[in-house]
Design a protein around this ligand. Structure first.
Ligand SMILES: C[S@@+](CC[C@H](N)C(=O)[O-])C[C@H]1O[C@@H](n2cnc3c(N)ncnc32)[C@H](O)[C@@H]1O
Length: 110
């Protein structure tokens, strides 16, 4: 009975697109549901000066509203919260791929 309920809940998320606030929607997903998570989160990349990569190519700034956070702490809290939910809903032998650079995770050592 219990595993049947688990199967039903898992199946409900198959081939579904959910449009919403990830911090709210992720909470509705049961533990250890997915084999793979692919995320392309906000970068908090409001550049005031020029930024170049190690190969000297220029990084383009992002000025969209969804990429603006009041402080580094707010961005780190946002990142910590969605990543924590991802860890919970990922199977123990699952994998997560995240688009971004080291700065996304630099404030997460707690
Ligand atoms: C780096 S972009 C990813 C764009 C995506 N790869 C595409 O091709 O459309 C980050 C995206 O996260 C969305 N976003 C920001 N905060 C969010 C949140 N709390 N929940 C869900 N999506 C969010 C933004 O609207 C934006 O489209």
């Amino acid at each position: 009975m219990e595993s049947n309920l688990f199967l039903q809940m898992t199946f409900n998320f198959k081939d579904k697109l959910i449009n919403g606030d990830s911090l709210e929607e992720l909470k509705k997903i049961p533990d250890e549901t997915f084999d793979l998570i692919f995320a392309d989160p906000p970068y908090n990349l409001q550049l005031k000066n020029e930024l170049t990569r190690p190969d000297r190519s220029k990084v383009s700034a992002v000025d969209d509203k969804w990429d603006q956070f009041d402080s580094f702490k707010k961005y780190d809290d946002f990142t910590f919260n969605w990543l924590s939910e991802c860890k919970r809903i990922l199977k123990k032998d699952g994998a997560i791929w995240v688009i971004g650079s080291y700065h996304i995770f630099s404030g997460l050592v707690r």
